[in-house]
Design a protein. Sequence first.
Lengths: 385, 385
Amino acid sequence: MDERKKTILKAIVDDYVATAEPVASKALVRNHNLRLSSATIRNVMAELEEMGYLKKPHTSAGRMPSDKGYRAYVDNLLSVPAISKEDEKSIRDFLSVNVNKAQDLIERTVECLSNQTNYVSVALSPEYSDSSIEQIKIMMIEPGRAIVVIVLSAGVVHDRLIRIPAMLDEKQLNAIAHSIERCLTGKKLDDITLVTISSAAEGTGLPDALVNQVLYEAYIAIKQTEKIEVYIDGRHRLLQHPEFQDVERASRFYSVLRQTQMVAGYMRDVQHEEEAKRRAAILDQHDGDAEKELSVRKPAYMVRIGQEIDIEGMENASFITTTYRMGGEIAGQIGIIGPKRMNYGDMIAQISFVNKAMSAEAHRHCGLPPEDEDDLDATSFESLG
Amino acid sequence: MDERKKTILKAIVDDYVATAEPVASKALVRNHNLRLSSATIRNVMAELEEMGYLKKPHTSAGRMPSDKGYRAYVDNLLSVPAISKEDEKSIRDFLSVNVNKAQDLIERTVECLSNQTNYVSVALSPEYSDSSIEQIKIMMIEPGRAIVVIVLSAGVVHDRLIRIPAMLDEKQLNAIAHSIERCLTGKKLDDITLVTISSAAEGTGLPDALVNQVLYEAYIAIKQTEKIEVYIDGRHRLLQHPEFQDVERASRFYSVLRQTQMVAGYMRDVQHEEEAKRRAAILDQHDGDAEKELSVRKPAYMVRIGQEIDIEGMENASFITTTYRMGGEIAGQIGIIGPKRMNYGDMIAQISFVNKAMSAEAHRHCGLPPEDEDDLDATSFESLG
DNA sequence: ATTAGCACTCTATGTCAAAGAGTGCTAATT
DNA sequence: AATTAGCACTCTTTGACATAGAGTGCTAAT
């Protein structure tokens, strides 16, 4: 694709994103300094359409980008701007209140991102399977019920009510609790199985039947912390966008969004895939020097457009997702879902800064260790290979 | 209003609710066994319109109920059916899974109610100000951070991460925690103030500065549990109803629904007002016998229609709300929000049964004491006075 | 008191014409 | 060879108009 085609494609995408109307040749000469007549533009447009980058809603209408057109735009023509100082401030301010623990921060981040972008924002809780248990406590609530508190790292605390045998008294429960504590503290979540945990049964001097129920419930509580939680916000914003003026369509889209587990699974898979690809590419380039490790850390901004999305009913949407980090190792996904017609550059800039601000807050408010600031910059980004 | 007018008004409301179209005189004779000609019906309709119970979208159209018409229908013409065995089963089944504590149950109930009614469902967490603290524990997470666990009654457990002075070690924290525990256990939430709690500072032998921060944070944690939480579900269902086919309108309605604190406040106020009125009425009738106490317990089903709702932007909606009970004393609000055109009888039947099933589950799954089953029947209901 | 009958009103639908915006192609221009 | 002016052609949008149909309100008859 020659330079001129690129310029024109970029101009068309920019205009279309701004207006939501098919872009006409005359409008292009009017709004951009192209130094060409509309007739020439028409010729180029015809070629771009031939090549599959543009399409027309009907014969005598202007052009709009096809999925392929958006893809080319995002891969080659896009520049990611810096976000304004005001935006920076409002993001930081927004994230710095009402946050007591990691889960609060994620919730707040999703809301913030949706505010900033005016689209739907989704986050997945980190995958904790690699984290280890720092503390595990079991406390009696009343005969027959207890609470398990699991601390993974400073900001990440989960708890769950469990049933215990009704005849177990507080002293006995404490004995079992201590035994579990001794047995599991420091263990990776991934490495904990029913077998691991059952070794805690020994030495309490209590009948197996009693102990086993507690162990089992504790095990369930632990496994529960590994479950990926989905945070989603901003669904109400969709109706403001012209592509969702059709109620039928909006309604169908909402049904898909309700399948949160599916959306989450997709986000995670795609991100993993992407990161693996990236790691491989870097490893390929400089064969195994230390610098690579660091570089892999930079978050990849993953963009999926329209048909590229493998979810029934999402053919008219786009995803922009990335990986967030809290306290060094803990990592989950965050991103936005909007119509294909969105300002990809600005959106990436927003996600990028929100991501960075979130990591900083995780350190400040949740007691998690700090990140290396450099790793969080998003001047460069990667998309679909 | 004579019998015939009532019959016809009821028929019109029923038809309009079923079809969402203005009801014509001919259609009425066709669908109902009225033994009158359409001309007579037309005369009656004209009178009902004159009286303000009906209105027409334009001169030559059929009639639809006005707010006043709905009100008369709900107050005098409505019969609340029994719900089907299948509905009973699916409600019970739905509420009996994934429930570990009171908060889970409320969440589940809201979802259930929205499923059953196909409208938006809202619940408010109970007002705990009358409840007392059964247990309060503070546990160290890491230097500088601790978790406060507050147990109000078996199924109601709140926790919150707090900051503590970094130099406080585990032993010292435990000393303070025990002191707080001794001081607050059994106290009503309402009666706990900064002054009450500060008496726990004595006798720990630690410097005031250290102790005070912990006390203050614990106090905040306690006050936090009193905050009314709003649960809401089913917003996506609105778009299915003909009254929300206009995106503009749907969007405006969503904005109002986002003001959850406002909606919650309204629900609570109206319910309180209603219950006070009711109590007064009963007290007035039988002057102060024991039976009254019991009778006041029966939940009042509060219906607010259109203009009656005092919230900007809700003029086209209806509320049906009621009070739920868990474990005897604990009580909050639950209800649905839908278009004015809804099947009030069926909806009240659904809310009523969901309410009853919820109380039963609170006993079974959250360890709360059982309710007196009779109190939960909703064959009778009360509405706006 | 009820009803048949009819004039009148309003909506919904379809057709038609005209205006406007845009393209594609051809022929002229640089 | 690349660009552009010019024009025919296509498609949408808008408004005007006619028509059918549904419904009411009123009058006169039962």
